[in-house]
Design a protein around this ligand. Structure first.
Ligand code: ACM
Length: 270
């Protein structure tokens, strides 16, 4: 890979609820021998998703960067030299966040706290206190958002305006294919790459209703086309090559510079 070409990847998996050591070991085995400049793991990959209440989320939440999960991510990133963006439950004093740990080359870079909480998540977590982050590693600029953030186009837009080449998107998607379609548009309208690492399988933790996760993890390119797709079910490692010459070119074939020609003075109602 040249300086301007980077390998980006996502792991689709199905965590067992509450089995943090088992889920960590499972990911470690799945990425054994893999090389990547960026790896994205699903939302809440270490704990599972369907917390019964805030107390249960609290019992599985960890501080950043001292928690067991971030320590394992740090070790994997040191071994591979890559950046890893991975969903987990973050505890910060009395506050709880559905978060993504961002680490590279054995160093903690930050923890993004999901801004747009989905459905019952609002009972278990505090809303994220931002901002949407962009971190640079090996010349690759990585923006992070989590799952339901996709439905607000402002999230991907602000990451792209802040220079992201690629949007890392840990997910636990349950709506039927909506996001997988939309991410092609998020990539196209912002001329960036996206890596949606989703989970698969069904989780049923009464009294919550059963949730089936939609798999189909996807890497999209700046032309709005899929570069790599996982199946609906089953563990899968999706990977693609990213060229910064493409993600930094905001020209449309019409000759319009899509970023320079924005008219934010007319978007004030946003
Ligand atoms: C979601 O935001 N996990 C649907």
């Amino acid at each position: 890979m040249t300086d301007a070409t980077h390998s980006i990847a996502g792991l689709q998996m199905a965590p067992a609820f509450g089995d943090v050591p088992g889920n960590l070991d499972g990911v470690e085995a799945a990425i054994q021998g893999r090389t990547f400049d960026l790896l994205v793991l699903p939302e809440l990959f270490n704990t599972g998703y369907s917390f019964r209440d805030r107390d249960e989320a609290q019992s599985l939440a960890e501080p950043f960067p001292d928690g067991e999960t971030t320590q394992r991510l740090l070790a994997w990133s040191a071994q591979t030299g890559g950046m890893i963006v991975a969903g987990y439950a973050e505890r910060d004093g009395d506050r709880l966040f559905n978060a993504a740990a961002i680490v590279a080359n054995g160093q903690p870079l930050g923890s993004y706290r999901k801004i747009h909480l989905f459905g019952f998540e609002r009972e278990c977590f505090d809303p994220g206190d931002g901002p949407f982050p962009v971190h640079e590693h090996k010349g690759l600029r990585v923006g992070t958002m989590i799952c339901f953030d996709w439905i607000y186009p402002e999230a991907a837009r602000v990451l792209a305006l802040n220079g992201a080449d690629v949007i890392a998107h840990p997910s636990n998607l349950v709506l039927p294919g909506w996001c997988q379609q939309a991410m092609l548009v998020r990539a196209l309208e912002n001329r960036v790459y996206t890596v949606t690492a989703n989970r698969f399988g069904t989780e049923h933790r009464e009294p919550r209703k059963a949730l089936t996760f939609t798999g189909l993890s996807r890497i999209a390119g700046p032309d709005g086309k899929p570069l790599a797709d996982a199946p609906e079910a089953g563990e899968a490692f999706v990977e693609a090559a990213l060229e910064t010459v493409r993600s930094r070119d905001k020209q449309a074939p019409s000759g319009n510079d899509l970023f320079a020609e924005r008219r934010p003075e007319w978007y004030a109602d946003l």
